[in-house]
Design a protein around this ligand. Sequence first.
Ligand code: FAD
Length: 486
Amino acid sequence: MDRPEALLDTLRQHIGPAHVLRPEDADLSAWTVDWRKRYHGRPLALVRPADAAEVATVMRACAAAGVAVVPQGGNTGLVGGGVPDASGRQILLNLGRLSRVRALDVDNLTLTVEAGCILQQVQQVAAAAGLLFPLSLAAEGSCTIGGNLASNAGGTAVLRYGNARELCLGLEVVTPQGELWSGLGGLRKDNTGYDLRDLYIGSEGTLGILTAATLKLFPAPAAQTTALAACASLEAAVALLGRARAALGAALTGFEVMNAAALALVARHFPALPRPFADGAWPAWTVLIEQSEAGSPDAPGEAAAARATERFEALLAGALEAGTIDDAVVAASLAQSRSLWALREHIPLAQAEAGLNIKHDIALPVSRIPAFVEANGRDLAAACPGSTLICFGHLGDGNLHHNLQAPAGIDAPAFLRAHEAQVNALVHDAVQAAGGSFSAEHGIGALKCEELGRRKDPVALALMRRLKQALDPLNLMNPGRLLPPG
Ligand code: FAD
């Protein structure tokens, strides 16, 4: 980049000076520091285009100038993939202004939205049409559809509806060279060659910019019921999952697990949230189960709700009798259901309040999870005496957040510096030995780039590098993220 000012002049001319901001001119920390506050970047400029044509113009100008681009949605990612490095040489391309709803097709059950639409708004547009967009995660009030698809987000409804990938029928993409590919067809069948949509989903901004997506919608459930169950062990929680699958079938839409330490942390930082079990204590493992009952034009919501509650109560009574669970609470209203979900959703927020922790986002076959957690928990306690294992997540998908919190009174950054590499190796070696993945849903970003180099199958890694080279030969798209150097 010989003349950054010339590039910035071009961008100001096309995007408007108010949407090309240099760090010298404004406080950009909301965009340049990641959600966990681990990465503090400094871009050449923050650029905020208004539409796909402007994104294409930015990409053409950056390609001509040889300047790297870091795409960003809501900046809620947990692996440092959406903030620039500190070189002052990268353009931070925030997609937030691409926030239009382009089309709702009720008969086709599809919604086409621009990449900067906030996930919660997308859910609301679907709900207003009596439909459901099921992607749901605790950051839904600020993350964007573009970011969700770029990181192939999971969340709490994967068990029934799949990851972001399964919820997307089409994409519109701007290439690193500034071409615009419109693949927003909304077809459920289209066998016309390589699936470019699937290539871009989960590519974390390293192959191109997502500017719009056609999303799958579903009939809205007529009733949803939620319950918490107390389990003495993870084996019991897995047994309860088996019972729930058998009793509820496709109506089982959520199965989350939380250890006692995770809920104690929530209670400490958010004391207004409920303590639903009789004695106010937290069992070793708490399971949150959600059931969604389909409606029909002829069956009113109350009938569906009554049916769902009855089925739920039978499931829980059977589990109590068999000794699979020790206690259970069924939400009696929507408000109560929300307050049970709030316990689960506040765990990442409580962890953020408690300071930095060593996070792991792991996937394992469900059957291997209890033995893994027990053995690995012992190894972690021996390696870091006094630390606390905060373990929670999407047990129904075999995905756990297995995070180590620093011992009380110990400076969290110092704890990370001293123990992070050793703890990561302890967890990821054990995950690999059990046939799992060290990145279930958060992606690779900057945080796990080297780990990908160490653990990905070498042939798969070489194929990924060839794809990157073919689509982005100048390595201008989010360099240093996802693919390790080399
Ligand atoms: P960003 O953080 O801005 O970006 C994420 C990545 O996508 C970056 O690599 C960025 O370069 C790229 N990107 C963003 N937009 C585009 C685009 N338009 N085109 C190309 N690349 C782009 N994740 C889960 O999977 N499941 C969870 O349950 C979950 N819970 C969370 C809870 C909390 C409290 C928080 C803070 C995060 C959680 N996450 C979860 C992390 C999750 O990845 C993000 O919240 C979300 O998917 C990222 O969306 P975003 O718009 O904020 O993307």
